[in-house]
Design a protein around this ligand. Structure first.
Ligand code: HEM
Length: 379
């Protein structure tokens, strides 16, 4: 659909959203760059976007805007620096190897050496395990089929409530603009809507575990200012004397819940589509294997014992493949934002209006849908 619109209207079009609401559909790269780059907080999340964030992460960063978002982001930033994230690569490799071993065993043990594998579910298990371990030092054991309530509560969470919203749900989300966030939260927590029971269960379990983990950190010795893990950062922030770098306990548990979701769901979907594309394009498999084998050979020749993270970053075909998968299969194809003030969107490619006028900038004042500029293969 987006490609059809792009071909018909160019990079920006006025559309009618739910209940005939005026909106702007944007896929022009310069316009998107302007929205994302402009002073950070010049565009806020729309009420529907905040309603979804509320369901998944209550007071967490995903639903926050303005000063609250700035404070939460500042507090969490030390745990998301490039060196900190890179330091987790052995954890990522460990779970990737476990999953590959499971698949190899399954295939080797099957008659004829072939077996049906549920890639999406298995990756979901591996990603929940990886994110909970790397971010919170908590072991869900999903890959080992452990009976862990937290791990189970994250399995297929998005598809349970959000991937195909009913018309009633879309209309309800629309009306959240006219309700207070507290009231919306209370409704979401109590309405008998399909899929919400799984969300409520996930919330209860995630908050119990997050509370326990936080308590453990607070009662242990908090480390000094050396490299900090996310739990240490959180624990320090709850007791910070400075209001600008403090987070309440409920904000903290909300962050943990949303990070577990945002980390595992995105990675599961992206990797599932990556493997699907590889299955569709054996020629890409051959190129990737050749590149990976060459890097392994170089690593061994250097005495590094295999492929290091720097080698992965230096593999041109692998890097291009990952970027293309994210472009073709974005986990969040539509990002919802609206300007805080009336504004003018610059366009990289001018559009011609019905009256024949060439438009290089679009003035706008309403809510709009910001669209990721990917090209699907059907366009
Ligand atoms: C393939 C991997 C990923 C993709 C494609 C992805 C994509 C995105 C996108 C598009 C947003 C913006 C949503 C919006 O503003 O409406 C976002 C936000 C966010 N993501 Fe990811 N993400 C990925 C992995 C992760 C991981 C691994 C984590 C954590 C462990 C994570 C945590 C978050 C958080 C906390 C936010 C909210 C940030 C904020 O509001 O400042 N994501 N992600």
């Amino acid at each position: 659909m987006d490609n059809k619109w792009r071909n018909a209207f160019g990079g920006v079009a006025r559309i009618w959203h739910a209940l005939g609401r005026d909106a702007l559909w944007v896929s022009d790269p310069q316009a998107i760059n302007y929205i994302l780059g402009k002073g950070g907080y010049a565009f806020e999340k729309t009420p529907e976007r905040r309603a979804t964030a509320l369901l998944l992460g209550d007071e967490g960063i995903d639903g926050a805007d303005g000063a609250t978002h700035r404070r939460q982001r500042r507090v969490m930033e030390p745990a998301f620096t490039v060196p900190v994230v890179k330091a987790f690569s052995p954890t990522f490799v460990q779970y990737a190897e476990s999953l590959c071993l499971q698949w190899t065993d399954l295939i080797d043990g099957s008659p004829g050496g072939s077996s049906v594998v549920n890639i999406a579910d298995d990756l979901n298990c591996a990603m929940v395990d990886t994110v909970c371990d790397a971010a919170f030092d908590y072991h869900t054991g999903c890959l080992q089929n452990a009976d862990n309530q937290l791990g189970k509560s994250y399995m297929n969470l998005m598809s349970a409530f959000g991937s195909r919203p009913s018309s009633a749900r879309i209309v309800f989300d629309y009306f959240t603009e006219y309700l207070t966030p507290r009231f919306v939260a209370a409704l979401y927590r109590n309405l008998p809507v399909k899929g919400f029971a799984k969300l409520r269960h996930n919330r209860a379990v995630a908050y119990t575990i997050a509370g326990e983990l936080l308590e453990q950190r607070l009662t242990g010795n908090l480390p000094g200012t050396a490299q900090l893990g996310l739990m240490d950062v959180f624990a320090r922030a709850t007791v910070s004397p400075d209001a600008n770098s403090r987070m309440s306990r409920s904000e903290m548990t909300s962050q943990m819940r949303i990070i577990m979701f945002a980390g595992s769901e995105t990675m599961t979907n992206t990797l599932t589509f990556a493997l699907l594309e590889l299955a569709r394009h054996p020629e890409y498999q051959h190129r990737l294997r050749a590149e990976i084998r060459a890097a392994g050979k170089d690593g061994r020749a250097r005495g590094a014992g295999g492929i290091a993270l720097t080698d992965v970053e230096a593999m041109p075909f692998l890097q291009a493949f990952i970027k293309e998968v994210i472009r073709f299969h974005p986990v969040a194809p539509y990002l919802y934002r609206r300007p805080m003030e009336n504004d003018v969107l610059p366009l990289s490619t001018p559009i011609t209006s019905r009256s024949g006028k060439v438009i290089r900038e679009v003035p706008f004042l309403r809510v709009f849908v910001l669209y990721s500029p990917f090209q699907d293969s059907t366009g």
